[in-house]
Design a protein around this ligand. Structure first.
Ligand code: PHE
Length: 503
């Protein structure tokens, strides 16, 4: 009979008459306790040994417990001082007894609490009376502490006393499962017939196949039920994973990626978008202004055309805003509140030169808004920006693009609501249903850029565009309902660790 090395070692070390603990078997065989345990269970499954389990309880003195073995328990010391001061006859001022006991600091409270609990006496209006019949010299707690200090067994001691000492933190209780192994008759027979060590291998090599050795070797079994230690390695944050996935999807749909500054001129963030300079979103309420010098590099002719659109409108029936417009205001720098600033940079030809229709561009980047924090709003979030330029586009193209995009994330019930943006006409807000709460949540904003935007940029065909919130997409995919679970200092680490990323 051939058995793996560890099993042979355990069989040889075990006895048919006495139960041997895993610990002693490990010592005798020189194997690790886990290896012995595993081998013992395998032998048991084959009927060669029995494995017995018992719960072992051990008690150990804590640092404080050890201290009291030397100094005496505080309540016992208090009792002795009280007896010496005559408190068995008449109550004595507490201060006097405590002073005489030599107790100090937290020991005083400990002494007083246990003095009362053990019936050593009582305290009334600041005076301490000791009970002459109390047997403080034979305190059972002291007996257990002393026994432990002398290395004597305390398993037989009163349960209640042991519990009390554990709760006083003077003693620690350790529990462990002790397993012992005994040979069965089959095990003895097997040993008498002789067991050989099988060479066990955990992988098949080309050499084994060519030499034919594979026919004789014993393969290590996988123990698929063994408790494996949980390994928590670093992993990509789900927000980043989803951002990467969004990029893959959009690239698959024929889009190219835009890049650009987080801090940008209002010109690119707002003016190009036909946002009047007195629009509420451009005030300090919503905007993170930066105290840095204004932008230098903006194309002069574009600035002129944008100013003209604001003042006079575009086309024969166009009308402007009749509100102030200043170039200095346009050149001031702020954190971008949307990545539509990037779309403006690209559409104007400023980034990659004049673009020939058709074109598709996107970005998945951070934007910053001075919002009030709540479960669906943060001061920063990721926007999935995108636009398609083509000769003849309609709202159906826009809706179809969203359906195609969201479908890749398993979201098939997008709803559209008419909306208003100063820069698109028509405009639509997008809504999706939260998988847990059933509520419709806003997931994006979109529309067809109007002539007042496109004409100054020099774009002659149609452009449909959008800004979608990556975090809202995540909410629909994973069902959490507080954006702060995945972002920032209050993140739900459990969620971030456990969540299975949908691919
Ligand atoms: N900028 C818009 C927002 O942040 C999104 C958008 C982009 C809408 C382009 C229409 C066109 O909500």
């Amino acid at each position: 009979m051939k058995l793996p090395e560890s099993q042979v070692a355990v069989l040889n070390a075990a006895s048919a008459t006495d139960a041997t603990t895993i610990g002693s078997l490990a010592e005798e065989t020189g194997l690790k306790p886990e290896t012995v345990t595993q081998a013992a269970f395998e032998l048991r499954d084959d009927g060669y040994v029995t494995v017995e389990e018992r719960e072992d309880v051990e008690y150990e003195l804590t640092e404080e417990g050890r201290q009291y073995v030397e100094d005496g328990l505080p309540e016992v010391r208090l009792y002795r001082a009280a007896v010496d001061a005559g408190a068995t006859d008449d109550p004595v001022q507490m201060g006097q007894v405590i002073g005489a006991s030599g107790l100090g600091g937290p020991e005083v409270d400990i002494a007083l609490a246990n003095f009362g609990r053990k019936g050593y006496g009582s305290i009334e209006s600041g005076a301490l009376a000791a009970d002459a019949d109390a047997d403080a010299e034979n305190d059972p707690e002291v007996a257990v502490l002393t026994a432990l200090a002398d290395g004597e067994a305390v398993e037989g001691a009163d349960e209640e006393t042991l519990d009390q000492l554990v709760s006083r933190n003077l003693v620690e209780r350790h529990e462990e499962t002790v397993r012992s192994v005994t040979l069965t008759d089959d095990g003895v027979t097997l040993l008498m017939e002789g067991v050989e060590t099988a060479k066990t291998v955990d992988r098949l090599t080309p050499e084994m196949l060519t030499s034919g050795e594979w026919e004789d070797v014993e393969f290590t079994e996988y123990n698929v039920e063994a408790d494996a230690p949980e390994v928590r390695s670093g992993k990509t944050h789900i927000l980043r994973q989803t951002a990467d996935r969004v990029k893959d999807v959009l690239v698959g749909m024929g889009f190219q990626e835009m890049e650009g500054p987080h801090a940008d001129a209002d010109f690119w963030i707002n003016d190009c978008l036909f946002m009047p300079q007195d629009h509420p979103a451009r005030t300090h309420w919503d905007r993170f202004a930066l105290d840095v010098p204004p932008i230098e590099d903006v194309p002069e002719d574009l600035v002129d055309r944008v100013e003209d659109a604001h003042r006079n409108g575009v086309g024969p029936d166009g009308d402007g805003y009749h509100s102030p417009w200043s170039e200095d205001f346009a050149r001031a720098i702020a954190l971008r509140g949307h990545t539509t600033s990037l779309s403006m940079r690209y559409l104007s030809g400023h980034e990659v030169g004049e673009l020939e229709s058709p074109q598709r561009y996107f970005s998945v980047e951070k934007v910053y808004r001075n919002d009030t924090l709540d479960p669906t709003h943060l001061l920063e979030f990721y926007q999935i920006e995108g636009w398609v330029m083509a000769d003849d586009l309609s709202v159906r193209d826009l809706m179809g693009t969203f359906e195609e995009f969201y479908e890749q994330f398993g979201i098939t019930d997008i709803q559209f609501k008419p909306h208003y943006n100063p820069y698109t006409e028509p405009s639509f807000e997008l809504f999706g249903r939260h998988p847990e709460t059933g509520e419709l949540i806003e997931i994006g904003n979109s529309g067809m850029f109007r002539d007042e935007v496109l004409e100054p940029l020099g774009v002659e065909c149609d452009v449909m565009a959008w800004g979608l919130a990556l975090e809202r997409l995540l909410m629909l995919m994973y069902g959490f309902d507080d954006i702060r679970d995945v972002h920032g200092t209050m993140s739900d680490l459990e969620l971030l660790r456990e969540v299975e990323v949908l691919r």
